[in-house]
Structures are given as structure tokens and as C-alpha cells.
Design a protein around this ligand. Sequence first.
Ligand code: AMP
Length: 189
Amino acid sequence: MRNIVIFGAPGSGKGTQSALLVEKYGFKHISTGDVLRAEIKNGTELGKTAQTFIDKGQLIPDSLMIDILAATYDGMQPCDGVIFDGFPRTIPQAEALKEMLAQRGTEVAGMLELAVPDEMLTERLINRGKTSGRADDNEETIKKRLAVYNEQTAPLIEWYEKEGKRHAVKGYGSLEEINAALCTVIDTF
Ligand code: AMP
């Protein structure tokens, strides 16, 4: 069972690269952002709560996210591997993920960090906003999301480094190059 965290700022390419990895390895993919957007689309109570945070570029509270993550993970079993995309985003979420996997007799195999310079992130997100239809891909919310990333999510780099599980990969260049770099790491798991 390979549990892989794909990590990076908004616009770092986590979703795009996850799709390529799913195709190559047959892993299941958990994108917490996609889960929340599906709830919003279906008009559920959870979706209504999530929308208030997403529209402001803020994170959904940890307790809620952790329950959603565990339910989604269990719903995907059995499988050979899972890619966690957009989770964890805070240190409490990383601790909860570690505990949840330990309770199931498994662990995170590695954290793959897509490293992309800040100015490239903003440009990519503004371009994505032209076609993504995502309400949060506008300039003001993008700024807020990048600030939230730097404050609350970036400390996870050091957290995974201390766990001995961080693998940084250059997150720019061609999709194929980035993908090849990720696969080289995954093949060691
Ligand atoms: P994403 O599609 O990963 O960029 O997520 C879009 C938005 O969903 C984020 O800006 C957050 O508001 C929310 N979200 C997604 N994943 C999480 C998470 N793990 N913790 C808190 N909020 C999240």
C-alpha cells in the first residue's frame, strides 16, 4: 500500500501531476478540493459550509476536513495506493493523517513536494482562472490563498523533512519532465 502525499502551493501542478500518476500506477486519488467542490455542486450542508471558506481563500476547519478525509479514504479501499492531493494543509492535519493511517496498519510512504517559484504560481493561477470556472481563481482570492499557504501549509515541508519523508522535485519545465522526476522517487517507495 503506497500512501503518497503530493504537496505544493496552489498552482504548483498537484492536480495535473496526480492525474498522470493515477494513469501510470493505477493509484486512487483524493483531492480534498474536488471533494468539497462536489459537495458545493450537490448543494449539501457540508458544501454550504465549505463555500464560505473557499470563497474567501481560507481553509476549512481541521476537524471537519479530517473527518471528510477519513471517510473518503475508507470509501476507496481496497486499493494499492492513494495519492493525497491538497491534504494535509496544516500540521494538525498531517498529525491526524499519520494517526489515521497507523490505525489502519499503514503509513505515508513519502511526501512529494512540487517546488515552484512564487511569481510563476500567480501567473499559472490567473491563466487557469480563464478556463477553470473556479470562483477562487481570481486575483484577489489567489493572493489570499498564497498567503494562507505560506503561513499554514508551508511549515509542513519541515514537518515531513523531520519525518524523513520529504522529496522535493522541480515543479516547472515540461509536464513530462516533472512527471519523470516524480516517478523516479515513487519507484523507490
Ligand atoms: P484546492 O482545490 O486543493 O486548491 O482547494 C480549494 C479550496 O478548498 C482551498 O482553498 C480550501 O479553502 C479548501 N480545501 C481543500 N483542501 C483543504 C484542506 N485539506 N484543508 C482545508 N481546506 C481545504
